[in-house]
Ligand binder design. Structure first.
Ligand code: NAP
Ligand code: MG
Length: 509
């Protein structure tokens, strides 16, 4: 996900010292947040979360299992039926969520540090993008609450047909580790705004900001039982949410593989509503007339390397007209100097660590596959900073890639860019669409007619033109093909999908 990399600000040493002293003062929440309080889990199990930039443990977190999910569902259902939130007046619900957004904003530095430490993301990105966007998302959905009207159908005068939107009930949100706070906000913002009760299961790799968000929501006045945070493993806590008979909807963001499981859970249980936001293999198409090579290069690198490429809309395939390839590739290599790999706590770092050892090894495996399948490595390709104990990979570019190679077909989720050339518009579109995914795409051209033709021809949920972007809070985000199922995050469309339609048909005298 993500819009664009924020402007870099150079911070001085004082800033660096301040960050380190703030880290030493952090107080981690490690229990489950159920029915408005932090509680021990029934089975007493826990798991260790580590800092992937050092390979050292950060905290031991309660591992929720089926019994804890049952307990949270009971609390969520009871709150929903009582109506403490679901029937609160829209204006009051709006006030509470706006207060929640304000509290998140007040705690920007703390939340940014939690995501930086646990996910290995650069602190500068966490504090200028992830958390501000998290705040914006909650605020946007809060503000929408009392501005949405229901409908009256067209009837004869002796009938009245009301078409109402009602909250769905108890919603499970299962989310990934790449933008921990922000992915939580994309789900809980619209789900809570619509009046639902929510169970949030963060990735086992990144639970800390979600737990703190649960606590801050309580402080803001979200009633007990309405927002529960359940840290735990996918195969236990995630599965128990998916199969639960009293959860009405699961909103999932993560891999296509686990997304498929969510659909099967719904089929095997209560046909709960499922929305899936999954992976991608997004093309960046650069036409022969594309303007300003320098600006394109900045965008291409943002798209490929921002968030270490651990970004669902990562533009991992650069599909470029052969006449522009050499000048653009030279510029990309040159500009990569502005992407230093390093300690995520250093404000000047732009490339932090991979999320963990296993994922780093998977990404290195793709780099090996690129080499053995005959692509030409022109930049990077190695693990670096091994002495830190962390899992760092340098930005990597492969030239001479063909679209049937493994690196062009599978989602790598790392800083690896594949360069593929074309000679005609038709060929560019066909290569861009030759993937099972369809999340995002970019096209660069000066020709307004080509913009319309190509953006309509690309099979992707979001097409950005002459930039890398996912739009903003006002635009829906979600994927075609195996990048998603039914779902859209952000915007009024996200809000609506956490409601269900009810018709009330009245006979009038
Ligand atoms: P993942 O492995 O699919 O995990 C996503 C979530 O599902 C985690 O909370 C995970 O818990 C849980 N889970 C794992 N196994 C499960 C199971 N058997 N049953 C129920 N839940 C289970 O994905 P990830 O590695 O965290 O995230 C990377 C993926 O997310 C990439 O494919 C990326 O493209 C996608 N993504 C998509 C978007 C979008 O908007 N389309 C945004 C961000 C990321 P554990 O972590 O505890 O295993
Ligand atoms: Mg971790």
């Amino acid at each position: 996900m993500g819009v664009k990399s924020p402007e870099r600000e150079i911070m001085n040493h004082t800033e660096n010292d301040k960050i380190r002293s703030a880290v030493s003062r952090l107080d981690f929440r490690t229990q489950a947040f159920i029915d408005g309080k932090f509680v021990d889990v029934a089975c007493g199990k826990s798991f260790v979360t580590e800092n992937p930039a050092t390979g050292k443990p950060l905290a031991e977190i309660a591992a929720c299992d089926k019994e804890d999910i049952d307990r949270a569902v009971e609390a969520a259902r009871s709150a929903f039926e009582k109506g403490s939130w679901s029937k609160m007046s829209p204006d009051d619900r709006k006030k509470v969520l706006l207060k929640f957004a304000d509290l998140l904003e007040t705690h920007t530095d703390e939340l940014a540090l939690l995501d930086c430490l646990e996910a290995g993301k650069p602190i500068q990105d966490c504090s200028t993008f992830d958390i501000p966007e998290t705040v914006k998302c909650i605020r946007w959905h809060a503000e929408a609450i009392d501005k949405l009207y229901d409908h009256v159908s067209t009837t004869s005068s002796d009938n009245l047909g009301l078409i109402l939107r009602e909250p769905i009930g108890v919603v499970g949100a299962v989310i990934p580790w790449n933008f921990p706070a922000l992915m939580a906000a994309w789900k809980i913002g619209p789900a809570l705004a619509a009046g639902n009760s929510v169970l949030l299961k963060p990735s086992e790799l990144t639970s800390l900001s979600a737990l703190r968000m649960g606590e801050l929501a309580g402080e803001a006045g979200v009633p007990q039982g309405v927002f529960n945070v359940l840290p735990g493993l996918g195969e236990t806590a995630g599965q128990a949410i998916g199969l639960h008979m009293d959860i009405d909807m699961v909103a999932f963001t993560g891999s296509t593989e686990v997304g498929r499981l969510c659909l099967s859970y719904a089929a095997k249980s209560n046909l709960k509503r499922i929305i899936l936001e999954c992976g991608g293999k997004s093309p960046q198409v650069v036409m022969a007339d594309a303007p300003e090579i320098d600006r394109i290069a900045v965008n291409v690198l943002n798209s490929a390397f921002w968030n270490m490429g651990e970004n669902c809309s990562c533009g991992s395939r650069l599909i470029i007209h052969e006449s522009l390839k050499d000048p653009l590739l030279d510029r990309l290599i040159e500009l990569c100097k502005e992407w230093p790999v390093g300690d995520p706590l250093n404000p000047e770092t732009r490339v932090g660590s991979m999320i963990g050892k296993a994922h780093m090894e998977k990404v290195l495996g793709y780099i090996e596959a690129g080499n053995s399948e005959g692509a030409q490595l022109v930049l990077g390709g190695r693990r670096v900073l091994e002495e830190t104990g962390g899992y760092f990979i340098e930005p990597t570019i492969f030239d001479k890639v063909s679209n049937d190679m493994k690196i062009a077909r599978e989602e790598i989720f790392g800083p690896v860019l594949s360069v593929i050339t074309f000679t005609s518009e038709e060929q560019a579109i066909s290569i861009a669409n030759d993937t099972n995914y369809g999340l995002a795409a970019s096209v660069y051209t000066q020709d307004v007619n080509a913009v319309h033709r190509i953006s309509r021809a690309l099979k992707a949920g979001t097409v950005s033109v002459n930039c890398f972007s996912e739009g903003d809070m006002t635009t829906p985000f979600g994927g075609f093909k195996e990048s998603g199922f039914f779902g859209r995050d952000k915007s009024i469309w996200a809000h609506e999908q956490y409601t269900q339609l009810k018709t009330v048909w009245m006979q009038l005298d």
